[in-house]
Design a protein. Structure first.
Length: 331
């Protein structure tokens, strides 16, 4: 492939995004889960007009989502299993990328000029506000975050020695994947699950399905208002990068107030490397467009903690850039 062809493929990436998002919305990967399905049945199940369905499936075949099955049908392609409803985060990621996220990226210029969220500028509400308005958007986001957390659990437990007992508070717990990993490993550990009112019922159901619900206390609220008191360990995973410095400081100061001079705060983020590899740089742009925020270097996270009245006891960084910062209230 020439440089020009490579660049053309990058420019046309929006087409691929929408093809995959539509495949997920119409349930094509799930319909092919048990084996080949005729185009007639696919048309009936999805509501897509027969001629347009044939054209659509031909495009998905080129992406590896479906494969032709004789005489008149299609089977799941190698990528289909990653896009099935019960497969994990890519299902939710595809839904988000093809909808609200996609529209926000059309306003990247606004974020570049102002440093503010293109998502909020376009939709008229923050992503958190959209969660309150749309259960589907909230579920897609928490599904993606759950998968990301589950993939990182071994890395997290390899970097930090968590307490085997006591009370831990997961602030912005999302789907509850981190809490589930903690209380599963440590039977004597109890947990506070703190999430927005629009999300916490989903978190509760998720932990109940894992038969871990009775190990947790569920507290709805906003990190910008106040944080539950009384925990021995407070965890903020993939939270602070969602906020600009002013809001991030407010959250950290609320944590310090709740800790009342005792306990430990654990900050878990994927820090920006000094060499800014492609993945980290794009993730940082996502933070700008969605939240008007940023990914930070480990040192920048340390400085935020110090400004909020914490003393950073230890910083551990994995080879993939996952950073764990252990902090305590400064005396």
């Amino acid at each position: 492939m020439s440089e020009e062809q490579h660049l053309a493929a990058i420019i046309d990436g929006h087409i691929t995004t929408q093809l995959i998002a539509s495949a997920v919305r119409f349930g094509v990967p799930d319909l092919l889960k048990e084996g080949p399905v005729s185009t007639q049945r696919l048309s009936h199940e999805t509501g897509i007009a027969p001629r347009e369905l044939t054209r659509f499936l031909r495009a998905l075949q080129g992406l590896g989502v479906v494969e032709k099955a004789a005489p008149d049908g299609y089977r799941a392609g190698p990528l289909a299993r990653h896009l099935q409803r019960d497969a994990g985060g890519l299902y939710g990621q595809a839904l988000m990328a093809g909808g609200d996220y996609y529209e926000a990226w059309a306003h990247l210029d606004y974020s570049l000029r102002t440093g503010e969220s293109a998502f909020e500028h376009h939709h008229g509400s923050s992503l958190w506000g959209r969660f309150a308005e749309s259960a589907e958007v909230a579920a897609a986001f928490t599904r993606t975050m759950r998968t990301n957390t589950e993939r990182a659990l071994d890395e997290i437990f390899g970097l930090y020695a968590f307490p085997a007992r006591g009370l831990v508070a997961d602030l912005g717990a999302g789907d509850g994947a981190l809490v589930a990993g903690l209380v599963s490993r440590f039977p004597e550990l109890r947990a506070i699950v703190f999430e927005q009112p629009s999300v916490i019922e989903h978190t509760h159901r998720s932990l109940e399905k894992r038969q871990l619900g009775d190990r947790c206390e569920y507290v709805p609220g906003s990190l910008l208002d106040e944080v539950p008191r009384g925990a021995d360990l407070y965890i903020l995973k993939s939270v602070i990068h969602n906020w600009d410095d002013e809001a991030a400081l407010r959250i950290l100061e609320n944590c310090r107030t709740a800790m009342d001079g005792r306990g430990t705060l654990l900050l878990i983020e994927r820090a920006m490397g000094e060499d800014n590899p492609r993945e980290a740089a794009i993730r940082d742009m996502v933070m700008l467009v969605l939240f008007g925020s940023m990914d930070r270097t480990a040192r920048e996270y340390e400085e935020l903690l110090e400004r909020a009245g914490f003393m950073v006891a230890r910083t551990a960084i994995s080879s993939s850039g996952l950073s764990l910062l252990e902090a305590r209230p400064a005396t």
